[in-house]
Design a protein around this ligand. Structure first.
Ligand SMILES: Nc1ncnc2c1ncn2[C@@H]1O[C@H](COP(=O)(O)OP(=O)(O)O)[C@@H](O)[C@H]1O
Ligand SMILES: [Mg+2]
Length: 766
């Protein structure tokens, strides 16, 4: 923030030691007043800037063709649009968070969409989009460049590629896409010179976006299904290979599927059954063999014994033996034991017994071989069983390996199946891609968007105001001169007794000329009869501000010391031509007019302008008196109008040691004498910066009046001059700002009220 509260003080504080010591109440308490003062001082600059800026703004408004904006509202629908297939999408659904909506906005602004719009609406053939229509500043700029470079053809034929690119760039420039609040609605705005075209393009952008979305979905789905297809091919092969591996393994390991049991398992149980049977058969054969052997060991076997064998032959023999024994018993009892028939029968019985024994032996043989067969069979089975048992153990190992193979085959198959399902889904989606976005409010003919009259005007006003204030502040900062009493006081630590306006000497000359014609007859010895022009301004215009200010100066001189009024006043300034001589003569005349005895001494021995103005004919003056070559009474001149006395200074040759003369004891004595004769003595002195006279004579003066040229002399110069002459500074009654511009002054002092200046008779001229 720029500090405009007190630009002058801020600009001057660098050389004002007094300023920092003084209690600075004005800074905060009067900041508003200071602001108002600032505005009063600088309003022409500010107003000028505002005017120029407003003119530019108006020119812009008149010269810029109006442009229109149309808006399309598009909804990014979170619910899936017509869900044709209840399935998982190949491409993940958008979750529509902040980032997702932002991305959609970027897609809408993308080159792709813009290109499609340009293509669709053939905007590359539209002069608005190929750059042949220029903006206000554009045409201004091109006009200037053309004038500078003197090239006449502004737009030579551009290639179609170039105009297409231009149109795309233009579309992207004029397109605005923004989210509506926290909704899923996007507002697509387009600005164009034609209100209908703006609507068409806004809609085309929405369409292009939706098409682009569909396209990208289709492409993604297609890419996914191609990938799936490849993968499915691979998976199919893998599945087949692993299936084949299972089959081969089974074949190699003799594994047949039989209700979950293997061949070997079955064999084992069958062998077991057979072995059990074989064992019982062997046991039976053994029992039979043992029995027969037992019978045979008893010797002459009673055939009845053999009955148990249930052998047919044995049975028949037994029957025969029973029959024979029965008959023998009959015959023996009937015919006696020695009966032939009985003897024969007994012979038969023996024969039968023999045959039976023979038969038994034969049966025993058979039983033995039966037993042996059963035994060997059992042994064979036993061996086979053992072998099978080993095989079963092996088969268990194979089973594990088989299971591994089978499970991998299974997983390949599952994977293959699921991929196949996905593939089918993808292919279906490919033929029915759908998008979440839809237009909810299509754009119509646009409203006027640019130039916005109110904002352009407001902006130019504001810009002008800002610029004006900036320039004004700059001016005040750079303006290192005195314009107001406060500045003098701040910078120099010296009271400012008033401002003397720049006055017109010619007007005064006329009035004085009239006065000089009606002079009384009893004139003094050396009357000042010349028309002094500006040198008699207080006489010519006694009611002017000029005169009034000098009256104030006199009052200050009278009241500035408690001891008594100041009698001898030295007139000083920092540099030449600030108006010392002019102020001196006017002040002396003014004092004389009030009835006081007033003497004006030309003490500027380097450049006695007063003498040249008032008494160019004088032959002697101050120097002669100081040298004792003449008396004061012989050399003093008198103004017949006011009664002011004037002592000239006549230089016959250029004197180097003027400071010695002006500060000499003779001068002191002379001034002491003058103090007796006059109420006031005004001594015009040379400027302080170039010569030391004022400093040298300081002790002879009661006080000094410091004349500073208004709006010209820089504070540094005055300050330096005062610093180098501390004696003068101590005796300065106050400073007078001279040659003020009345117009500016009136503005600066407007705070004193509109009628302030009317108090001076000739307020127009000062
Ligand atoms: N208030 C004033 N209005 C108009 N012109 C002035 C005023 N004061 C001084 N001048 C002019 O300025 C010039 C220099 O003035 P002068 O009194 O000779 O300055 P100095 O004595 O300081 O060198 C003279 O031409 C004089 O007429
Ligand atoms: Mg002078």
């Amino acid at each position: 923030m720029l500090d405009i509260s007190n630009p002058v003080r801020d600009g001057l504080h660098g050389f004002d030691p007094a300023a920092s010591h003084r209690p600075d109440a004005s800074r905060s308490a009067f900041s508003l007043t200071q602001l108002v003062d600032f505005a009063r001082r600088q309003w022409p600059v500010i107003a000028g800037a505002v005017l120029v800026a407003s003119a530019l703004g108006l020119a812009y408004l008149f010269m810029t063709p109006p442009r229109y904006v149309s808006r399309t509202l598009m909804m990014l629908d979170t619910r899936r649009a017509a869900q044709v297939f209840q399935q998982q999408a190949v491409v993940g659904e958008l979750s529509f968070d902040e980032a997702a909506v932002g991305s959609q906005v970027e897609i809408l602004k993308s080159v792709n969409v813009a290109q499609n719009v340009v293509r669709e609406l053939k905007l590359n053939q539209d002069p608005e989009f190929t750059g042949e229509v220029r903006s206000f500043f554009g045409s201004l700029l091109s006009g200037v460049t053309r004038a500078v470079t003197r090239s006449s053809s502004p737009g030579n034929a551009t290639s179609s590629d170039e105009s297409f690119a231009k149109a795309v760039r233009k579309v992207r420039d004029e397109l605005t896409v923004q989210r509506v609040g926290r909704t899923y609605v996007l507002e697509i705005g387009f600005i164009s010179l034609d209100r209908n075209k703006a609507g068409r393009i806004a809609n085309a952008v929405a369409d292009a976006y939706i098409l682009d979305q569909l396209d990208s979905k289709f492409t993604a789905t297609k890419r996914a299904s191609t990938w799936l297809q490849d993968r499915i091919g691979e998976l199919r092969e893998e599945a087949t290979t692993s299936d084949r591996a299972v089959q081969n393994f089974k074949a190699q390991n003799n594994i047949v599927d039989t209700g979950g049991r293997t061949v070997t398992d079955q064999q084992l149980s069958e062998l077991n059954t057979q072995l059990v049977t074989a064992r019982s058969a062997t046991a039976e054969a053994k029992a039979r063999l043992d029995r027969i052997n037992e019978i045979n060991e008893q010797g002459a076997v009673n055939p009845t014994v053999a009955d148990a064998l249930r052998n047919d032959v044995i049975g028949r023999l037994r029957q025969q033996w029973v029959d024979a024994s029965k008959r023998e018993a009959e015959f023996s009892s009937r015919y006696g034991r020695d009966h032939q028939a009985a003897v024969n029968l007994r012979k038969d019985m023996l024969q039968i017994q023999r045959l039976t024994a023979e038969e038994l032996r034969r049966i025993a043989e058979t039983y033995r071989s039966d037993f042996e067969i059963a035994t060997s069979r059992e042994q064979a089975l036993q061996k086979q069983l053992s072998a099978t048992m080993v095989k079963v153990a092996d088969a268990k190992q194979t089973q594990v390996a088989l299971r591994v193979l089978e499970s991998s085959a299974q997983s390949y198959r599952t994977l293959y199946d699921s991929f196949l399902t996905r593939f089918v889904e993808a292919t279906q989606q490919q033929s029915f891609p759908n998008t979440e976005a839809r237009v909810i409010t299509p754009a119509t003919a646009g409203d006027k968007a640019e130039p916005r009259t109110a904002s352009v005007l407001a902006f130019s006003l504001l810009a002008g105001l800002t610029l004006g204030i900036a320039v004004a502040i700059g001016r005040e900062q750079l303006d290192r001169v005195f314009r107001l009493p406060a500045q003098v006081e701040r910078a120099l630590g010296v009271d400012c007794l008033g401002i003397l306006p720049a006055v017109d000497g010619a007007a005064a000359t006329l009035k004085i000329a009239g006065m000089l014609e009606h002079l009384p007859s009893d004139l003094s010895e050396r009357p000042i009869l010349r028309n002094l022009g500006i040198g008699r301004y207080v006489v010519a215009e006694p009611f002017s501000r000029f005169a009034e200010t000098l009256r104030g100066v006199k009052v200050s001189a009278d009241t500035s010391t408690p001891v008594g009024h100041i009698k001898v006043v030295g007139m000083v300034s920092a540099v030449p031509a600030e108006g010392k001589s002019t102020v001196s003569v006017n002040l002396a005349e003014l004092i004389a007019q009030t009835g006081s005895r007033s003497l004006l001494i030309d003490g500027d021995l380097r450049n006695p302008t007063l003498t040249r103005l008032i008494t160019p004919d004088a032959k002697a003056g101050l120097i002669e008196i100081l040298h004792g070559k003449a008396t004061f009474d012989d050399l003093v001149w008198t103004d017949p109008i006011t009664g002011m006395d004037f002592l000239p200074a006549v230089l016959t040759t250029a004197i180097a040691h003027t400071s010695g003369i002006i500060s000499s004891p003779a001068m002191e004595r002379f001034l002491a004498a003058m103090r007796e004769r006059y109420d006031y003595v005004v001594v015009d002195l040379p400027p302080m910066a170039p010569v030391v006279d004022a400093r040298a004579a300081a002790h002879l003066m009661d006080g000094f009046l410091l004349v500073v040229e208004w709006g010209k002399t820089s504070p540094e110069v005055v300050s330096e001059a005062l610093d180098s002459a501390e004696v003068v500074r101590e005796r300065v009654i106050g400073a007078i700002l001279n040659k003020a511009n009345t117009t500016v002054l009136k503005r600066l002092e407007a705070y004193k009220g509109a009628n302030y200046h009317r108090y001076y008779r000739n307020y127009q001229t000062g």
